[in-house]
Design a protein around this ligand. Structure first.
Ligand code: FES
Length: 365
């Protein structure tokens, strides 16, 4: 059976050409690759924006190299940690410096191996940082900007307690991100989800917009009037009186490049990063963060594990959102009024995403 998402294309209308072409994501950004707690001395393979990367921790620091030994093309992630600060390929023992990818020894050719230090056998090293409980890798062609440019600044504040869950999901990264941005879906798909079961839940909003925040980094979703129960002509009213919905506060929703969605609740925030893996998969990196007092720290961790993780990240995000995302098949698509949230995101990201600088033209002598 043909894969429903085999095309992985987003409809091209001419309004968002860069976005339409970004099958493997926007380059020149820092992306979260895994939870800090998941990375130890053992090499780990990840795929980011179509690039194979091996991550490893040495002396407390995280390093990332391209996951391919230039000798015979074996993944370095299968390798061994023979000497401090290095990784040795599992096949013939070529040994690379974790800092810069230089070949520092070819163990099976003796200590005087002439291939050592040659530029042609150097492996690309990626900039790596650790922030907010995550390992971040810069994937790009231009020099890496400071990581603070790409991590939401609230997550960098002292006292942040981030709780992290990472999983690989089916579907191009844009399907995942667009589902998060999509204004209307939550009002129907998540109506009966246990996480919001007792919360007041609107039916629709008028004049939905995505407006650029003051810092120029976030697109914030707004709506004018919010309606609870409505009559749909002769069809009747929907959803009727939902007397059990008594709680819930006002949450705000915002999106930013390269593919970050934030739900700000009254006392904590939820961040979802949709990291491109390949054309048909993305990493869903979910971070719930709170800035509690010292006493509140233990309570927040308990609240996350007992409530947020099972009811929000697993039931709502995985069983409801991801189920839809993995079944989607576009193009074609026919959009309706609330989809302005999606089209504004497409257009804005297309216009403002970082570009890869063009190589200078070489003049012939
Ligand atoms: S393939 Fe890596 S050392 Fe031979």
């Amino acid at each position: 059976m043909e894969d429903r998402q085999s095309a992985s294309k987003i409809v091209v209308t001419g309004q968002w050409p860069e976005y339409a072409e970004a099958h493997l994501g926007f380059r020149n950004y820092w992306y979260p690759a895994m939870a800090s707690s998941s990375l130890g001395k053992r090499p780990q393979a990840v795929k980011l924006l179509g690039e194979d990367v091996v991550l490893v921790r040495d002396n407390g620091r995280a390093y990332a190299l391209n996951d391919r030994c230039p000798h015979r093309g074996v993944p370095l992630s299968m390798g061994r940690r023979q000497f401090p600060g290095t990784i040795s390929c599992a096949y013939h023992g070529w040994t690379y410096d974790l800092k810069d990818g230089n070949l520092v020894a070819a163990l099976t050719d003796g200590p005087d191996s002439p291939i050592c230090g040659k530029r042609s056998v150097r492996i690309a090293a990626y900039p790596v940082e650790e922030r907010a409980g995550l390992i971040w890798v810069y994937i790009g062609d231009a020099p890496a900007p400071p990581i603070e440019e790409d991590v939401p600044e609230e997550l960098l504040k002292a006292g942040t307690v981030p709780m992290v869950m990472v999983e690989t999901r089916k579907g191009n990264w844009r399907y995942g991100m667009e589902n998060a941005v999509d204004e209307a879906h939550a009002k129907y798909l998540h109506r009966r989800t246990p996480f919001y079961f007792f919360s007041k839940f609107p039916v629709y909003s008028t004049d939905v917009r995505m407006e650029v925040a003051e810092d120029g980094k976030w697109l914030v979703r707004t709506g004018k009037q919010v309606f609870d129960s409505q009559t749909y002509g002769e069809l009747g009213s929907w959803p009727g009186r939902e007397w059990w919905r008594v709680g819930g506060g006002v949450s705000t929703f915002a999106a930013r490049l390269p593919a970050i969605f934030r739900i700000s609740h009254k006392t904590w925030s939820d961040y979802q990063f949709f990291v491109p893996v390949d054309e048909h998969h993305h990493l869903a990196v979910m971070v719930s963060a709170k800035w509690p007092s010292r006493l509140g720290k233990a309570w927040w961790k308990l609240y996350y594990h007992a409530y947020v993780r099972p009811f929000h990240h697993i039931m709502l995000n995985r069983w409801e959102d991801d189920r839809m995302v993995s079944m989607m098949s576009i193009p074609p698509e026919k959009l309706f009024r609330p989809d302005i949230s999606v089209t504004t995101w497409r257009k804005w990201s297309s216009e403002t995403a970082r570009r890869t600088p063009e190589a200078p033209a070489t003049s012939k002598p």
